[in-house]
Each structure stands twice: as C-alpha cells, then as structure tokens.
Design a binder for this molecule. Structure first.
Ligand SMILES: [Zn+2]
Length: 80
C-alpha cells in the first residue's frame, strides 16, 4: 500500500475512534455468524477477557475498555 493511502487510512481510523463506538464498529465488521457467536457468548455470561482472547485468536481487535464503555452505555454508540 502506498504511504499516502496509509495516511488516509490511519486518519479515517482515528476519526472513527472519536465519532463511533469502537465495540460497535468491531461488531459491525464481523460476519453474521460471528455476530451471532458473540451475542451468544455474552448471553452465556462469558467474561470480557475470554471473549477478547477468542476474538484476538480470530485476528479481530477489540479492547476491555471498548467493551466496558459499550455495555455501561458510556460509549458513543449511534444506535443508542
Ligand atoms: Zn457502543
């Protein structure tokens, strides 16, 4: 990837971070099957740490902080 494209990509990612909920953004990027699996993981009461390590093993990035803010309703979710 050209450096100019990389700058644009990073800039967009940064803008997204301040405007949107990182958890919701990550969730929206998942396949429908993975969204279902994630919903089920929360429904089963799995811990954030367990969910995060499972996501990470699939190459999906999220963070404890993003999850905490989202579920406490302190995130910038447009869906609230
Ligand atoms: Zn959120």
């Amino acid at each position: 990837m050209a450096l100019a494209d990389k700058f644009n990509e990073l800039h967009k990612a940064k803008a997204r971070k301040t405007d949107f909920c990182p958890y919701q953004y990550m969730y929206d990027s998942l396949t429908p099957e993975n969204q279902k699996a994630l919903d089920e993981a929360w429904a089963k009461g799995f811990s954030a740490n367990l969910v995060l390590s499972a996501l990470r093993s699939e190459g999906i990035k999220s963070s404890n902080e993003a999850i905490r803010l989202h579920f406490k309703g302190l995130c910038k979710c447009p869906k609230k």
